[in-house]
Ligand binder design. Structure first.
Ligand code: ZN
Length: 193
């Protein structure tokens, strides 16, 4: 990924409670940090993220996204991520209204719009989520803010075009890149989108 200039490594943390799957956590992130200078973009799909954000930042996360559905104190968690030295981002599941993130737009580095139900890789992109990308991008432009809009789930050469034209500028891709014969060529197609 480094050799083909992938912009960041997206690290999906699942706790088996917020989502029905378990992946990995802080010790693995520490080991990954030792191996690379890539931007580490940590996506927390866990309950009570505020309890752990400081430790993920210390383990080497550059960006930390947490789910708006998983935390009561949104502003407090954003502040905690910043004071731990990472860039805060809020994630929303496909069925969560995008308006829920509007009160926090001034405070975050990025908004993550899930384009599949979080929990498993290899799922199909949900096209209905694009109206959320469009709406949040419009709101960001109206407020003249400098915020990235990330999409995560089912991103391939085709859906990347759809997402980019809706206003997404950070594309997370797993299966499409890792199953490609040439990751470089596949990544090039995402960039072109
Ligand atoms: Zn993710």
């Amino acid at each position: 990924m480094e050799s083909i200039s992938i912009d960041m490594l997206h690290f999906d943390v699942m706790d088996g409670i917020f989502v029905n799957n378990i992946t990995y956590g802080i010790p693995i992130l520490e080991q990954v940090r030792k191996c690379t200078d890539m931007v580490l973009d940590v996506h927390l799909m866990i309950t009570d993220p505020s309890r752990y954000v400081k430790r993920f930042a210390e383990a080497g996360a550059d960006i930390i996204s947490f789910h708006i559905e998983s935390e009561k104190d949104i502003k407090g968690t954003i502040d905690m991520i910043r004071s731990a030295g990472a860039k805060p981002a809020i994630a929303v599941k496909p069925l969560t209204p995008i308006e829920t993130v509007y009160p926090y737009l001034e405070d975050v580095y990025m908004i993550l719009v899930m384009t599949v139900e979080p929990g498993f890789g290899g799922q199909s992109f949900i096209p209905e989520t694009m109206s959320k990308v469009e709406a949040v991008r419009r709101m960001i432009s109206e407020k003249d803010l400098d915020i990235r809009v990330q999409v995560d789930g089912g991103i391939n050469a085709e859906t990347a075009k759809t997402a980019a034209s809706a206003g997404a500028d950070v594309l997370v891709s797993g299966s499409y890149l890792f199953k490609a014969e040439s990751m470089e060529e596949a990544a090039g197609k995402l960039r072109k989108a």
